[in-house]
Design a protein around this ligand. Sequence first.
Ligand SMILES: [Zn+2]
Length: 942
Amino acid sequence: MHFPIQILLKKHFLRIHEFICSHRSSSFKNTILLPQTKFPHKVSSEKRRQRDHSIEIDAKFEKLYDKQHEKLGSKDFILHDGPPYANGDVHIGHAVNKILKDITVRSELIKGRRIHFTPGWDCHGLPIELKVLKENHKYSSEASQIEIRNKAFLFSQKVKEKQKSSFMEWGILADWPNSYFTCNLTTSLAEAELEYNSNHVSPSVFIKFSVIKCPDVIRAALDPGSKLSVVIWTTTPWTLPANQAVCYSPKQKYCVAFCSTRKEFYLLACEMLKDFEKTMHIELNVITTFEGSLLKEVTYSHPISKDRECPLLPANHVTMDKGTGLVHTAPNHGLDDYVVIKKEQIPLDPCIVNEDGCYNNYTIKELQGKSVLDAGSKLVLDFLVNDILHLEDYKHSYPYDWRSKTPVILRSCHQWFIDINQIRTKAIKSLQNVNIVPDHFKKVFQRQLESSPQWCISRQRAWGVPIPAFYSSDQNKPLVHRILTDHLCSLIQKHGIHCWWEKDVNDLLTPKLKNQLKLPDEIYYKGSDIMDIWFDSGISWKCVLPEPHISDICIEGVDQIRGWFNSSLLTSVAIRGTAPYKTLVLHGFTTDADGRKMSKSEGNVISPEDILSGSKKNKIPPYGIDVLRWWVAAHACQSENIAVKMEILEECTQNLNKVRNVFKFLLGNLNEYNPSIHITSPTHMRALDLYMLYALKNFYQKVEKQYSLIQYKGVAKDILNFVTNEISSFYCHLVKDRLYCEAQHSKERLDCQTVLHFILSTLIQSIGPLCPHLAEEVFLCLPYRDAANSVFVYEWPNLSKFLESTTVPISVTWANQIRDVILKSEVKTIEMEAIITCSSRITDELQNLNKDLKDNTGLNEFFQVSDVKFAECHENISESLVTLNGDLNLSDGENGCFTVSLLKTKQEKCPRCRLFTTSSQTSLCNRCAHVLNVPLSHQSSV
Ligand SMILES: [Zn+2]
């Protein structure tokens, strides 16, 4: 039974040793040069992690960063690390991110660049502060800011150390001893900390505001001297004292309606009239209707400060879902309200609610100090009792603080902003020079810059960098000055960042400084805001990168277009008008096998440690570091979501085993080869060897291109294809006889070993960035390596230079096509001789493959047959077992048709090399006799 050779070859390398030993005449066993290496073709599950660790030690992973940094004269390659959050254990997303970065820097390093990769952590921010508060069972108001800060610092350092040791285990090559942290540098509640209580009960109030001015057309419809009111509806009556306007929709119809029971005229939207009648249990007569746009001339008397005249304003957020179509507007307590007031350029009133949720002294005396949600709210309703048309309880969904489970209120406060309008155009322009992978994200980024609002950089928390501002106690106006900031910086350098909180205001803003700045003699107090965490990490380019503070590349998840990529660009453009990076690479997020987000509550989390060391709970065997990294390269280098699937990890393992097997073959056959002594010249190599070297050169050029385009998926695919199709089932298969049976230092064998030496070098350089552990493991087993100790700083031979003055004869391509046809026959060719019938031109070219070679071995080797002959006409070949036809498709239109006749050879099997090249089973073939130095006449004694 015959199998196609390609199928048999899959197991070929595993079996070669056993095969030779069992079938060769035992007297020649010791004359065969079998591969010898300590490199294992497979690593058992149990030993995988142990092996990873011992490679790290033997190959001195930890020393590589410093070692490569000593390379003077190399061009620098700078990767800027976007800092991960130091608030929990590492997850698979970290592995994707850090491994992609590592592949990138290693691919540059192996090309000869000197790399800069300073890893960082974001140690600030609300998640860390909240974790600390939660673990200490305290709310922020009960713990002192210094206490929170100390605990947050210790917590983030602990997490950072843990994450760091994982990153190092993944083989990430970086400047670990000099990593950066944003805290050596949080908020009114952000939306993420709110939860919604659907059973919250609020007072629902319909209330009237007296109209002061209105257009004559409306006035004319009323009875002379009668009163007109606008009617609004609210569920937050505590905000009524903060009313500044009433909003209407200019697209809707409004009306004046008369209530005969109350003898009052009401102004409201036509569409809401029915609902209003139902709620009030009254009937209304519509006196007149008109377009909403007419309302712009209406004013009314403020519900609390009756002397104050307030406007009606057009607004898009007014809907006809509930209420009256007229919306009470308190811009200090609602975003829509705030936006309208700003748009109409109406000055904002001071906020009447303090940080504790009580009325302050900007409102009437009766309310001051009262909690807005309890006593305050009731007082307001009492105060307005004569204006209330209807009051009832109203159950609805309302935001709660998830920690204290209490309802929250919205209030405006002073914040610091970066004026994006001043830098928007510049930022968009500087983005044009940035290379973004994949490139459609450039548009996304640009659109975001076009529409981004002002950047609020202040937060009302403790865990962060203080904003160095002082306020005078009476004016509430901030005092910031370069001199003050410089003074603070020197204090912080001397005493640490805590001094802002620890020191008295007079030690920070000293009388001397006050004098210098000619400040009036007032009492000042410190601001209590900290910087937005995105500001901290957004200036890391300035603090971390070497001059000129521009990185060659940044690699982060797609969400960082809104985050770190954005904040870094804005700070850099603001400070110096240019982007802080040249290339941005975006990768996707990891999901479980079904595409769901991994989360502890779902129980579907697979951690990097599970993949490395196995997990009984998740039924995952230990895969080791090579598989994790190969998986990242082959499956996670894209901007879409990345599913972690067991089948894929299994497939990665099998693929890597194929690569391992080839490495084992190469190492085994390079045993006792030393290129400095044994390297041969390509000018006299046989065509097959040259062909392989050129294929290798093309392969590496393709791989280098894929690396430069950050297409690591393509790198992995190219490596696998090349290893399987060109190396394993082609070259290594064809040259076994030469390697095992030719004399050790014969030209035939050394040529072949020289090719293997280049294959090994190229393959190590290709796979090294993806799987540095595997590459170093191979390198440690390489007999001729020097003490350079690392694949990444070794001076690999230059293949292009080696091939400089050679070309590959066209005949190799033809021979290859003929070989493909022979392979399809599924015949055991080694026992056959081939007779080829083709044009004389092809015959001449093919015969070149045998040129200068004894016994026509060039073509025999190529076709794996005992002999190759040429005939003018194949009809005369009567004993042919198989006749195969093909066409070489010559580009110049010449006849490329050929016929191959395979017939059983009349030669016998040589007892040493097992080729059918000898005259009797008991005598060696000429080649073997020559290798063993046996005179041909003595053959019969064998
Ligand atoms: Zn032989």
